[in-house]
Design a protein around this ligand. Sequence first.
Ligand code: ATP
Length: 229
Amino acid sequence: MSPDKIKSVSEPTLRRLPSYLHLLKRLDQQGRGIVSCTYISKDLKLDPTQVRKDLAATGIVGKPKIGYDVNNLIRSIESFLDWNNQTDAFLAGVGNLGRALMGYERFKDYGLNIVGVFDSDHEKIGTTVADRKILPIAKLPELARRMHINIGIITAPAEAAQIIADLMIEGGIIAIWNFAPTSIKVPDNVIVEKAHLYTSLAVLSHKLAEALANERSPEDEKGIANKLE
Ligand code: ATP
């Protein structure tokens, strides 16, 4: 992708691209190979002409009456967004979970690079964790704008999640990975990926309970019944 081509892309287009990517990855997971512009526009409640123009900006053109190859489109948008520093992220809330994510080197293999970390605790601000200096949360919007950061990671308690999300959005962040155990309200152009560990744990516990119940053989049940008598 040449820099000239990038320059001609409007900010609203750039802001919509992560939404397309989000949808396309979902379709890919469902095993869908081809997608039409109409499908994308309906799903994301956007004008089809707008969608076609946005996607063309990434360098890909759909085949008339057939649509787009989902994988090609994902690759095209991803390479376009990478060029634009898409994978640099800010993290807010340097508690135990935040520190664990900061120390997880493998994120770099997936293209995620945590370049700034923030907290509201005065005792933590100014100290260094995993080679990164903790900055005051109030500085997040300005720095995010200056560094063109697109990804925000929230690892603060539930009650702080919305305040942090608002600061991230103010800073132009358009993709939020929310580890706080609560939902956050964001404008339509901002993607939120929930990583609620409690929800996941609830599903795991329920499945485990089911698996253990099914594992019990009729003999076990008889044994239990005999013991109870
Ligand atoms: P620790 O005991 O080290 O604080 P923790 O995992 O028990 O760790 P949590 O209560 O989950 O801490 O909070 C996670 C982090 O989020 C803490 O460092 C806390 O200071 C920070 N935090 C809380 N509110 C905000 C906020 N509004 N903005 C930024 N960070 C916040």
